[in-house]
Ligand binder design. Structure first.
Ligand code: CLN
Length: 150
């Protein structure tokens, strides 16, 4: 299907990302916090970190690695991701209280970092946006079941 080709297009460029999850994860979070400063406030553990200190912060790199590792699992599941996505949607709705629109913002940050560090071209970035569109639509079902208005 079209979406299956999309997963493959992104996975083709995943190697350089996977090779250093902490470094690339930090780049994604720093890009997100730079482009959309309000998103940094969604992380209680990152609120106090000054812009200039983000790059050298071990906790930022550690969390960036956690995010990219989970994104890698999602991509490799190629849409068969209910078992991965349900707990992720549940924690982000109930514990972290994250409105869904923020997943679009981090998708843009991943596109930029993959473009720069993994040669994900414009078609690949469009594929990643479609993939994340499916992911977020599936998360929305869980958000609604939980009564969280993302
Ligand atoms: Fe997230 C924690 C994966 C986007 C805010 N996030 C986690 C954990 C992940 C994870 C695994 C730890 C386990 C858990 O709580 O569940 N997050 C992802 C993935 C994406 C993602 C994959 C999208 C690609 N997360 C987001 C944002 C949102 C956010 C939409 C704000 C901006 S980007 N996530 C959190 C917060 C935590 C968290 C606040 C808890 C961090 C902590 O205090 O340890």
């Amino acid at each position: 299907s079209l979406i299956m080709g999309d997963f493959d297009l992104v996975l083709k460029c995943w190697g350089p990302i996977e090779a250093d999850y902490p470094k690339n994860g930090a780049l994604v979070l720093i890009r997100l916090f730079t482009d959309h400063p309000e998103t940094q406030k969604l992380f209680p553990k990152f609120v106090g970190i000054a812009k200039g200190d983000l790059a050298g912060n071990a906790a930022v790199a550690a969390h960036g690695a956690v995010v990219l590792k989970k994104l890698g699992e999602l991509l490799k599941a190629k849409g068969d991701h209910a078992a991965i996505l349900k707990p992720l949607a549940t924690s982000h709705a109930k514990e972290h209280k994250i409105p869904l629109k923020n997943f679009k913002l981090i998708t843009d940050a991943v596109c930029k970092v993959m473009g720069e560090k993994a040669a994900l071209d414009a078609a690949g970035q469009d594929a990643l946006r479609r993939v994340m569109g499916v992911v977020v639509a599936d998360m929305e079902k869980t958000y609604k079941e939980l009564g969280f208005v993302g």
